[in-house]
Design a protein around this ligand. Structure first.
Ligand SMILES: Cc1cc2nc3c(=O)[nH]c(=O)nc-3n(C[C@H](O)[C@H](O)[C@H](O)COP(=O)(O)OP(=O)(O)OC[C@H]3O[C@@H](n4cnc5c(N)ncnc54)[C@H](O)[C@@H]3O)c2cc1C
Length: 504
């Protein structure tokens, strides 16, 4: 009998045989070399590349960079990587065009929604790699501690910055950081935004809230020919910025955080771009083949597991897609399925959060869903649990508890189980509002990929039918799609999964 313990995500990080680890590492290093080469053969630098201006929008009234400007800043936020980053590339495009130095600023808040030390360490280790790579390219990396509106305008004035480029997030808090900065920038400093997370920029993919995958799919596929290109490299800057530069004291930064310190890091997910690229390589070699048929089986290891790196922007989805597409002739249906998830479903989630300001509230649901949930709000619930009972995996349902433990222990619940998990929270709480609140809280606290448009949409899909249709009416759920234990038993070996994540 196989030992369940060896099949958890943690065990993939820890106890794979050395020989196998070395092979995987070698394949990964080979991929990293190939990627470097393909960037260089595509263009020597961004200077020789015609930047697709559709990726950029100027947010400020100021449009031109002042003649006496001393540098360009890339205000990095969602996309925490150097290469394969259109926002970074656009900032370098401006710097090279004007013969100015380039700096990167990252504004670190000591606390962010339900993020814990698990998330912060993942992010900070990734940023450390970014700062080292920047240094090798003669680009200063400044970690500014505090909210952007408090620390960035000061930096811009003190260093006579000529123009700021930032990346894009549809979520409320980072979107507010951008509008705050707009009102605080000197009048003659332009602020541009580049969507470096989506392949097709969110505002180009569609100019409205889409009903579902079927309404956005063609719009995105039709535009891929313009946007799904190779990346030119970010190259070494000739000009050194004059700004006062202090390298980051990473220990001090961590000591100043105000986050939950109890949710521990996980061993299987090594932070940073290099580790993310190795994960892409491993996925292509070992798991992609089964992605098409087996991705809904939580006892099998066939997912890409890339969501933590995607979420923190440590790797680009576009790079993952370019790599996976090379396997099209070998694993056609798996490649198509991966494109559907990583491009269509993911970009649909950004569309939802961008065009629906109530993306994490029941009020943000379709009218039919709000009505059906209201009609069934008084229905008797068979079980009702508190937030603490959910958090401590103390429900009567062994599968639900195992899924919850997978998330708390490993920082990533299997995608199929996330749907079941959230739907059961709807079934076992007093109201859909409470269910949504609990699901988002737990998802964002424990999943490494939490606080992401995909997460808000995943919870909204499960609890209030976003991007879904009405189903046969039943108690509590109304017309919201129902899932049950028996359905899971028909799909995979539920007992095996429970055994792997039993209570310690
Ligand atoms: C209740 C619930 C909560 C979720 N919370 C999050 C979350 O916090 N963060 C998050 O990134 N995803 C979330 N998802 C979506 C999905 O479950 C995860 O993206 C996926 O499990 C991540 O694992 P992976 O990278 O191995 O995925 P793979 O199956 O390998 O897919 C590759 C990529 O495609 C994208 N993707 C896959 N499924 C979806 C989907 N249903 N919707 C949108 N994009 C998708 C992701 O970017 C993912 O990394 C949630 C789904 C549900 C139902």
């Amino acid at each position: 009998m196989s030992s369940g313990k060896q099949k958890t995500l943690e065990s993939f990080g820890n106890s794979a045989k050395k020989q196998k680890t070395d092979d995987t590492e070698n394949d990964g290093q080979e991929l990293i070399k190939e990627i470097k080469q393909s960037r260089l053969s595509f263009a020597a630098s961004i200077k020789e590349f015609k930047f697709n201006k559709k990726r950029v929008r100027v947010l400020s009234d100021a449009k031109d960079i002042a003649e006496n400007a001393e540098c360009i800043v890339y205000w990095m936020s969602r996309d925490q990587r150097v290469q394969d980053n259109w926002a970074f590339l656009y900032a370098q495009h401006l710097a090279l065009k004007l013969d100015l130095p380039l700096c990167v600023c990252f504004c670190l808040v000591p606390k962010f929604l339900d993020a814990t030390i698990r998330h912060y360490r993942f992010m900070l280790k990734g940023l450390k790699e970014v700062s080292e790579e920047c240094e090798s390219l003669n680009i200063h990396f400044h970690l500014l501690f505090g909210e952007a509106k408090k620390v960035l305008p000061e930096f811009i004035k003190a260093n006579n910055v000529g123009g700021v480029v930032t990346d894009f997030s549809p979520l409320r808090v980072p979107a507010k950081w951008v509008t705050d900065i707009l009102s605080k920038l000197p009048d003659d400093v332009p602020l541009c935004q580049v969507d470096a997370h989506n392949i097709v920029p969110c505002w180009i993919a569609s100019d409205k809230l889409e009903y579902g995958a079927r309404t956005i799919r063609k719009k995105i596929h039709d535009k891929l020919k313009d946007f799904l290109t190779e990346f030119p490299p970010v190259v070494k800057q000739k000009e050194t910025a004059k700004c006062i530069y202090q390298s980051t004291d990473w220990d001090k930064v961590e000591n100043n955080l105000e986050v939950n310190m109890d949710v521990k890091e996980v061993a299987w997910a090594k932070p940073g771009t290099t580790a993310g690229l190795l994960q892409i390589s491993e996925f292509c070699k070992k798991r992609l083949k089964g992605f098409g048929d087996l991705r809904n089986d939580p006892t099998k290891n066939n997912l890409s597991n890339l969501s933590p790196w995607f979420h923190f922007g440590q790797i680009s989805v576009q790079r993952a897609i370019l790599t996976v597409l090379k396997f099209k002739s070998k694993h056609g249906s798996s490649v198509d399925a991966f494109v559907e998830e990583a491009v269509i479903r993911r970009e649909l989630a950004d569309n939802f959060c961008y065009y629906n300001k109530k993306y994490d509230k029941i009020e943000g649901a379709y009218d039919w869903a709000k009505k059906t949930l209201k009609d069934h709000s008084k229905d008797k619930r068979e079980y009702i649990y508190t937030k603490e009972q959910f958090e401590n995996a103390k429900t009567h349902d062994l599968l639900w508890n195992a899924a919850q433990r997978q998330m708390t222990r490993e920082g990533k619940m299997h995608g199929f189980l996330r749907m079941y998990w959230a739907k059961k929270i709807l079934e076992w709480t007093n109201s859909p509002e409470e269910a949504l609140e609990f699901a988002i809280y737990l998802n964002d606290k424990y999943n490494l990929d939490g606080r992401d448009p995909n997460g808000y949409v995943g919870c909204m899909w499960s609890i209030c039918g976003i991007h879904d249709q009405g189903w046969a009416e039943r108690a509590v759920f109304g017309k919201i799609r129902f899932m049950n234990y028996k359905g899971c038993q028909r799909k995979f070996d539920v007992n095996e999964f429970i055994r792997r994540y039993r209570e310690k």
